[in-house]
Design a protein around this ligand. Sequence first.
Ligand code: NAD
Length: 260
Amino acid sequence: MALKDKVALVTGSASGIGEQCARKLAAEGASVVIADLNLDNAERVAQDIARGGAKAIAVAMDVTSEEAVDAGIAETLNRLGGLDVLVSNAGIQIVNRIEDYAFADWKKMMAIHLDGAFLTTKAAIKHMYASGKGGSIIYMGSVHSHEASQLKSAYVAAKHGLLGLARVVAKEGGPRGVRANVVCPGFVRTPLVDKQIPEQAKALGISEQEVVKNVMLKDTVDGAFTTVGDVADTVAFLAGFESSALTGQSIVVSHGWYMQ
Ligand code: NAD
């Protein structure tokens, strides 16, 4: 129970990686906030976690809206009395060749991945400073924070951007006890990836099996997908690591696809 008496907010936690992060943080003793665009699913996840004995609430939050983010953080403070861990995880994927990539799609990707990370950090860090306790901010990066793949201009640019943001937050927050790190998963079978397999097959003119074997898992050491559990365990480790010895870093969890 490394996170007993801590409050953790996870964005995009009504599904996939974020959901498992929230479940793991709750299992480690934290009270958790399921902050998501999809309030119905967020409530379902929060109720399920609460049935297991942990404190969990659902909060409607569009991470691209400053108003919605500020309201969600304020609701967290009102209902749970604090905020110690922020996991900025909400994300989407839009794949296309750069010459066909709609500017509106580029802006949407930047808004969810980068504006969302900035806005949630800005709202959470003020409280982490004011509480005098500091905190841990964890960004959901990707192997694409370090590597590039075709069709993913906006995603790769945004995920690289999170490394820069985390390093600045680590430097500004360090003297006041706030740590910032990036977790970088390889491919994980979530709705985000399941949607991409047929899209990539079409764009690259290959079969869906070939996308999985020859595109997604080609460079792993064992041809295996990373799991939501692998990512959640890494997030929980960073959330519970109390010293600034570990800040401004990225940890890649990818079956060896990318080695730093
Ligand atoms: P997912 O589609 O399963 O879940 C994403 C969640 O984010 C959904 O619940 C969705 O409602 C929510 N969301 C979308 N837009 C939002 C917004 N504007 N405000 C608040 N919530 C919003 O996806 P996932 O695979 O679990 O991805 C989670 C994160 O992990 C993303 O940042 C993604 O880039 C990253 N990631 C995923 C993989 C992978 O292979 N699945 C690999 C590396 C990194």
